[in-house]
Design a protein around this ligand. Structure first.
Ligand code: G3P
Ligand code: CA
Length: 465
C-alpha cells in the first residue's frame, strides 16, 4: 500500500501531473455526488404527487423522486403530502359533511375507492405553475404501490436506476388512529425489493423514536436495512408528537444538531434533512456552521428542503434560484436538495459540472463558510402571476373509478408495541454507520406467505425478473 510519503514522492517525480489529475478527480467527484430530489415529484411543473408528475420528474433526470405517505381508512398507503385531503383535492365538493370538527377532511376517514374518485388540483393555481382547468384532465391520488410499479417500469424501459425517497408522515397521528404506518410502508418496500443499504432509496421521517424503531425492530424482522434519513423540524411543528400524561406534546429537537446528537444519529441513519432556513438566515449567515462538516465527518449526507424558484421563495441573500442552488450545493456544501423544480436543478448541476462552460474555478468549489451576503430582493424571470401562493378550490369533478393495485401480502410479523411515551433521545446503537453509496436497484421481490414465524428468520424472497 502506498503511504502519504510515497504519494509526495510520486507527485514530485511525475512533475505534478498526478497532483493535477487527483485535483480534477476530486472536483468531479464533488460535483458528481450532488443529487436532485424531486420534491413531491415534478411538483413545480405538473402538480404534486401524481403519476404523470413522477414520469416527468424521471424524464427530467432527477436522482430521487419523493413520496409523502399517509394511510386510508382501509389501510392503504397513498402518496399525499399531509393526512388531510383539502389542499390538493376536491374532497369538500364531492364529500360534503365528511369533515372533522376542525373542518378538515382526513384521508384516514376515507376508503381508497372514495379517494380515487377525487381529482387533484394545483395548490398554487395562479402562480405560473400548471394551469388548473379541472375540465378534462383527471389526475388522481396514487397509491404507493402504483407509484413503485410506475418507477419499476420506467427503470426497465429507460434502462436506468431511479431513486425513491419515501417519507413516513406523522407516525404519532396514525398510531393515534390505530394504524402502524411504518410497518405498512416497510412491508411494501420489502415486497418491491428494497432491502439493503445498496438499494437506491432513502427512507425519511421526522420522528426520531420511530426511525429508531424502524431500524432496531422492523428492519430485523423483515430482514431489511435501508438507508434512513432523519428529518429535523423546529419544535413548533406537527410532524412529531409523543403522548405524555394523556396529552400529545411536540417533540423537542434541541439535542439533535449537536456533535453528540449527530454521532448518536450516525449509528443508524445515513443522513439528515432540514428546512434550509435552519442552516442559513435571511442575511445569508450560516446558523449551524459546523453541521454539514460534522455530518460529513460522521459519514452522513445532508439534504435540505425546499428549493422553489418563485420570487417569494428565493431568500434575499441571493438573486436567483440558480444562485440559491449554487450557495447551498457549493458553499454550504450540502449533498442534495429537495426541489419543486427538479428539471431546473438537474440543468444547473449539468452546467456546473467539470468541463461545462459554466464550471467555476476550482478555488470556488470549497465548503468554506461565507460571510454575510448583501440582502438583494430577487427578481426572477417568471410570469407576473408568480407571487400568488394562496391555494384555491377548483371547479367540478367527474368521478373516476380506478382499479386497485394489490401486491402480494406479507404476513404480520411480531412487532413490539409502539412507545409513544419513550424517551426522546435515542440510546447509542452498536450498529455501524451506514454509508451513502448508491448502486443499482435489484429486481422487485415478493415475500411469499406464510413465512415469518415468531422468530422471524429467515425470510425467503423470490426475484420477479
Ligand atoms: O421530506 C422533506 C421535505 O419534503 C419536508 O417537507 O413538508 O414538504 O414534507 P414537506
Ligand atoms: Ca416530504
Amino acid at each position: 500500500m502506498v503511504n502519504r510519503v510515497d504519494y509526495k514522492i510520486l507527485i514530485i517525480k511525475s512533475g505534478g501531473w498526478i497532483f493535477l489529475l487527483l485535483t480534477v478527480m476530486a472536483v468531479f467527484a464533488q460535483a458528481g455526488d450532488k443529487i436532485v430530489i424531486a420534491h413531491r415529484a415534478a411538483s413545480g411543473y405538473l402538480m404534486e404527487h401524481n403519476l404523470p408528475s413522477v414520469t416527468l420528474a424521471v424524464a427530467m433526470g432527477s436522482d430521487y423522486i419523493e413520496q409523502d405517505l399517509v394511510m386510508t381508512k382501509d389501510d392503504q398507503v397513498i402518496v399525499l403530502h399531509e393526512p388531510t385531503l383539502d389542499r390538493v383535492t376536491n374532497v369538500a365538493e364531492l364529500f360534503p359533511g365528511r369533515e372533522r370538527k376542525d373542518d378538515k377532511f382526513y384521508a384516514i376517514d376515507f376508503t381508497l375507492a372514495e379517494i380515487k374518485q377525487l381529482h387533484l388540483k394545483e395548490p398554487y393555481p395562479n402562480s405560473g405553475r400548471f394551469p388548473d382547468t379541472n375540465k378534462n384532465l383527471q389526475l388522481t391520488v396514487p397509491t404507493f404501490q402504483e407509484e413503485l410499479e410506475l418507477i419499476r417500469g420506467l427503470e426497465k424501459t429507460l434502462r436506468k436506476d431511479i431513486g425513491i425517497y419515501p417519507e413516513i408522515k406523522q407516525p404519532w397521528f396514525h398510531r393515534k388512529e390505530g394504524k402502524d404506518i411504518s410497518m405498512a410502508v416497510v412491508k411494501i418496500l420489502r415486497e418491491y425489493g428494497y432491502k439493503s443499504q445498496e438499494d437506491k432509496i432513502f427512507l425519511q421521517c421526522f420522528d426520531p423514536d420511530e426511525l429508531r424503531r424502524i431500524h432496531d425492530e422492523l428492519f430485523p424482522v423483515l430482514q431489511m436495512n435501508l438507508k434512513l434519513i432523519q428529518l429535523i423540524d423546529d419544535n413548533n411543528g406537527n410532524e412529531t408528537k409523543s403522548l405524555q400524561w394523556g396529552e400529545w406534546i411536540n417533540y423537542n429537537y434541541d439535542w439533535i444538531t449537536s456533535k453528540s446528537g449527530l454521532r448518536t444519529l450516525s449509528a443508524y441513519v445515513a443522513g439528515i434533512g432540514m428546512d434550509k432556513s435552519m442552516l442559513v438566515d435571511k442575511a445569508g449567515n450560516l446558523l449551524l456552521p459546523e453541521l454539514v462538516s460534522d455530518a460529513h465527518s460522521l459519514g452522513m449526507v445532508v439534504h435540505p428542503y425546499t428549493f422553489r424558484r418563485e420570487k417569494e421563495s428565493v431568500p434575499p441573500y441571493v438573486a436567483t434560484f440558480e444562485e440559491l442552488l449554487e450557495f447551498f450545493y457549493f458553499k454550504v456544501g450540502v449533498d442534495g436538495v429537495f426541489t419543486d423544480y427538479c428539471g431546473d436543478a438537474v440543468t444547473f448541476l449539468q452546467k456546473r459540472a467539470p468541463g461545462s462552460v459554466n464550471e467555476p474555478a476550482v478555488e470556488g468549489e470549497g465548503r468554506e463558510m461565507l460571510p454575510a451576503q448583501p440582502t438583494v430582493a430577487p427578481e426572477l424571470p417568471q410570469s407576473p402571476e408568480m407571487s400568488q401562493t394562496v391555494p384555491v378550490d377548483g371547479p367540478g369533478v367527474t368521478p373516476v373509478a380506478a382499479p386497485l393495485v394489490q401486491a402480494a401480502p406479507v404476513p404480520e410479523p411480531p412487532v413490539p408495541a409502539s412507545t409513544p411515551e419513550s424517551s426522546q433521545v435515542p440510546s447509542p446503537s452498536s450498529v455501524s454507520p451506514p454509508g451513502p453509496g448508491m448502486v443499482p436497484i435489484p429486481a422487485p421481490v415478493f415475500v411469499p406467505e406464510p413465512l415469518i414465524p415468531a422468530t422471524s428468520l429467515p425470510i425467503e424472497v423470490k426475484s420477479q425478473k
